[in-house]
Design a binder for this molecule. Structure first.
Ligand code: COA
Length: 260
């Protein structure tokens, strides 16, 4: 498990949602102040730069920037969502010390020490993931869906390497399935490399099953693709199971904002 085990008694989200894949430190209560919160929202043109970073580290053959532009501007059937880490520290924001509530017990050298430590941690986060274009948020993943006449087709999904295994891929898939349900699509399909056990496991968790194989589908290494489908996602039975999985996800990883 790559996620840190920072205990966050002062925060609404469970501990696992914090500082995924970063230094694993048990901090004193007074340090537990960085309210990391994820939001899923439609991708915009000025997200593309960060989306490309995630894309490049996720796929051997990345889509060019123009492809994302085209999808957002020209493809009426395309729906692209990003997951962002909203409380990502901003260079324009108040100094880290000012963001942290005080217990009132910090005085003298302890106060200075904690202030310095907060500052160093925030500076490290900024160095590892500098804010882009004035955005205080970090794009940590994205998903693309084509709402075709008779099916919803998931064309892409990826999570930033530093944020994998923290429930973000699942959060994006939940949002995509919900989008399909709301637009009345009962069938969801996708292709996935046969070697991609992480993705296959994610899809199987949400009821996808192998419906076929596209041989030598991927041009970079001639790998086969599974055709995975789930249907009918609009049935009450599926909705019940989907709701259970969604609640389990929120319980495990914390609440997030979903804007579609
Ligand atoms: C596939 C991918 C999107 C998963 O995102 P993620 O945020 O790491 O996944 P989550 O933490 O939400 O995990 C959800 C489920 O996915 C599966 N999963 C994710 N990573 C896994 C791994 N390394 N090994 C096995 N199962 C994995 C598990 O079923 C997991 O459920 P669990 O936590 O109850 O076991 C991510 O690995 C990625 O971006 N890969 C590169 C791009 C890619 O392959 N995209 C898919 C194209 S079809």
């Amino acid at each position: 498990m790559a996620c840190a085990s920072v205990k966050a008694h002062v925060l609404p989200q469970p501990a696992d949602a914090f500082f995924c894949n970063t230094a694993m430190v048990e901090l004193p209560l007074v340090m537990q102040t960085a309210a990391v919160r994820y939001r899923v929202r439609p991708m915009q043109l000025d997200d593309i730069q960060q989306v490309m970073e995630v894309e490049r580290e996720s796929f051997p053959t990345a889509w060019p920037q123009t492809a994302f532009r085209h999808e957002l501007q020209q493809n009426r059937l395309g729906r692209y969502l990003i997951a962002e880490e909203c409380s990502y520290p901003s260079q324009e924001g108040p100094p880290p010390e000012a963001q942290s509530p005080s217990t009132g017990a910090e005085t003298g050298p302890l106060r200075r020490f904690l202030g310095n430590l907060r500052h160093l941690l925030a500076r490290d986060m900024q160095r590892d993931h500098p804010p882009r274009g004035g955005h205080p948020s970090l794009v940590v993943g994205f998903i693309g869906v084509w709402l075709l006449p008779d099916e919803a087709h998931i064309v892409t999904v990826a999570v930033r390497g530093s944020h994998r295994r923290c429930g973000i891929g699942e959060m994006l898939l939940i949002a995509a399935i919900q989008m399909a349900q709301e637009s009345g699509q009962s069938l969801i399909t996708l292709e996935c490399r046969v070697s991609n056990t992480a993705a296959v496991s994610l899809y199987e968790k949400y009821g996808f099953q192998q419906a076929g194989l596209r041989t030598r589908y991927y041009s970079n290494n001639n790998e086969d693709a599974y055709i995975l489908t789930v249907s009918p996602v609009t049935s009450q039975r599926y909705r019940d199971e989907f709701q259970r999985l969604g609640e389990e996800h929120r319980h495990r990883w914390g609440d997030y904002e979903l804007i579609q």
